[in-house]
Design a protein around this ligand. Structure first.
Ligand code: AR6
Length: 172
């Protein structure tokens, strides 16, 4: 089982093999963490998105591009469900984490950082978004050794710590 860490950080600054992006179906960038990743990594990420995902990506799925100028080698883009638009199927949210770790294993990634997918613009209730993130990643068989959750606020750090405690998970 991978070691789980919760940190307060801008995910684009983390020195990990892969950072996960909370993307959308079009896979051409956007706001929130998606905007931050495209800005930090530079235009190579969008070029790779256009080349590798001409038709975008389905909700719940994940796929990789270069990390461009970021410290991470890879970006793994996952498309979360848009709760605010009525996509409330939790299995789609869990699928983002499962698919991201599968892609990470294909790439030989040993350390990965996740944002809390769907918990921003897409409006998923934050406690449940954090619980889904922790539950799904901690239950998965993977060769990834370190999973970092990058919280963008102190509130999110506290939510993640409290949900981890409810799940009986050891986190750093
Ligand atoms: N580092 C870490 N976490 C961040 C960062 C950052 N630099 N920036 C934001 N967050 P969101 P979603 C947190 O809205 O809800 C985009 O337009 C944020 O506080 O980025 O899945 C896409 O293109 C929140 O906790 O993603 C899609 O259209 C979490 O990351 C749509 O938004 C996710 O918030 C996806 O919405």
């Amino acid at each position: 089982m991978a070691q789980i860490e919760i940190v307060r950080a801008d995910i684009t600054t983390l020195d990990v093999d892969a950072v996960v992006n909370a993307a959308n179906n079009r896979m051409r960038g956007g706001g929130g963490v998606d905007g931050a990743i495209h800005r930090a990594g530079g235009p190579e990420i969008l070029e790779d998105c256009i080349k590798r995902f001409p038709d975008g990506l389905a909700t719940g799925d994940a796929g990789w591009t270069t990390g461009g100028k970021m410290p991470s080698t890879w970006v793994i883009h996952a498309v979360g469900p848009n709760y605010s638009a009525g996509q409330t199927d939790r299995s789609l949210l869990a699928s983002c984490y499962r698919r991201s770790l599968e892609v990470a294993d294909e790439l030989g990634v040993k350390s990965i950082a996740f944002p809390i997918i769907s918990a921003g613009v897409y409006g998923w209730p934050v406690e449940d978004a954090a619980a889904a993130a922790l539950e799904t990643t901690s239950a998965q068989e993977t060769d990834v050794e370190k999973i970092v959750f990058a919280a963008f606020s102190d509130d999110m750090v506290n939510v993640l710590r409290s949900e981890a405690e409810k799940l009986g998970l050891t986190v750093e």
